[in-house]
Ligand binder design. Structure first.
Ligand SMILES: Nc1ncnc2c1ncn2[C@@H]1O[C@H](COP(=O)(O)OP(=O)(O)OP(=O)(O)O)[C@@H](O)[C@H]1O
Length: 324
């Protein structure tokens, strides 16, 4: 059985001027111990999806569909059970989370907090666990006595990863965990995440706009555009031989892991993503698509088989694969 199964998940924010369909009918599966990358430009709905998994969305967000964690629907869980699930079964590392550390509390006390709050350890055992966690993320145990301002950005992000690992969760969601870091530190933190996932049999969902980073860490990739998954498959295949023109453009925009030049001038992606409140008819990508056909303005193609364990939502894929 999959550790996590998303079945037709949609998230709509209600705002004064109407409704924002941020995530639209996403279905994905994550096996135990596997790593799934979720890619897409800013505004494609990646963080909204991550927040929905943890039930961390604001009240004005309506979530539909099913999110099964080990067979249990997260969306209908009682709050007490949900609180237990957070940290202990699934935890999340946010973008720029290192800035979220409390500046006046020692690192060790902050890492120990989820253990103490969930009653998973007494203070002495928590101290030992903190030392172990710091070593796991490549920091010396004496760092437990440091304050956040005494650490670099990369070290603080390591602390956030240690916190996420504290209660030995089965699933970690990492939302742009390296975006705020410089390239060298980014590579070190990515290596750390890869090692932790491999060594501790943790499942990972990693979110990034950078397909090269995701392909480096994750076995499978889901590419999102305007709230939908437009391509899904083994990451090396999606990265090197994308079937959807949007995935191809994203791969071309980020050719090498953490390339700072590509961040400044993404190649191959003209125009801006659509406003979710004014989505174009047909395929949402068609106004920016270099290979759009006339019918793409009216035809909204569902995910279509595009090879073994691969799908893509594009009329060209449907024509090619449907014909064979
Ligand atoms: N609280 C909110 N209220 C209304 N709309 C929101 C809210 N949060 C996000 N949105 C909208 O939902 C859409 C998806 O946003 P989301 O942050 O999930 O995208 P993202 O792919 O994670 O982008 P980024 O990479 O910039 O974080 C965007 O159009 C955004 O403006």
């Amino acid at each position: 059985m999959s550790l996590l199964e998303l079945d037709d998940v949609s998230v709509t924010y209600r705002i004064a001027s109407g409704e924002v369909p941020a995530v639209r009918g996403v279905s994905l599966k994550l096996d135990s111990g596997a790593a799934l990358g979720v890619a897409g430009e800013s505004g494609s709905g990646k963080s909204t999806l991550a927040m929905a998994l943890m039930r961390l969305l604001p009240r004005d967000a309506r979530v539909e569909g099913r999110i099964l964690l080990d067979g249990e629907d997260v969306l209908t869980m009682k709050w007490g059970r949900m609180r237990a699930v957070r940290w202990a079964e699934a935890s999340i590392v946010f973008q720029g989370a290192q800035h979220g550390l409390n500046p006046v509390r020692r690192i060790g006390d902050q890492i120990a907090e989820p253990l103490l709050v969930h009653g998973l350890a007494k203070p002495d055992a928590a101290r030992k666990r903190v030392a172990e966690l710091l070593e796991q993320v490549g920091l010396p145990s004496w760092r437990a006595r440091s304050y956040p301002h005494e650490l670099s950005g990369g070290q603080r992000q390591r602390v956030m990863i240690a916190m996420a690992l504290a209660c030995s969760p089965r699933l970690i969601i990492a939302d742009e965990p390296t975006t705020a870091l410089d390239v060298m530190v980014q590579a070190q933190v990515l290596t750390l995440i890869k090692e932790l996932v491999a060594e501790h049999d943790i499942s990972l969902i990693m979110i990034s706009h950078d397909l090269s980073v995701l392909a480096d860490v994750c076995g499978r990739l889901a590419v999102m555009y305007a709230g939908r998954v437009v391509e899904y498959g083994p990451s090396a295949e999606v990265f090197h031989d994308a079937k959807h023109p949007y995935s191809r453009a994203l791969a071309a925009a980020f050719p090498t892991v953490g390339d700072p030049a590509s961040r400044l001038a993404p190649k191959g992606l003209g125009g801006d993503p659509p406003d979710p409140m004014q989505l174009p008819g047909g395929c949402s990508f068609h106004p920016r698509c270099p290979v759009a056909l006339d019918e793409c303005a009216t035809l909204d193609v569902e995910l279509w088989p595009a090879g073994e364990r691969r799908t893509a939502a594009c009329v060209h894929v449907r024509e090619k694969e449907g014909a064979s």
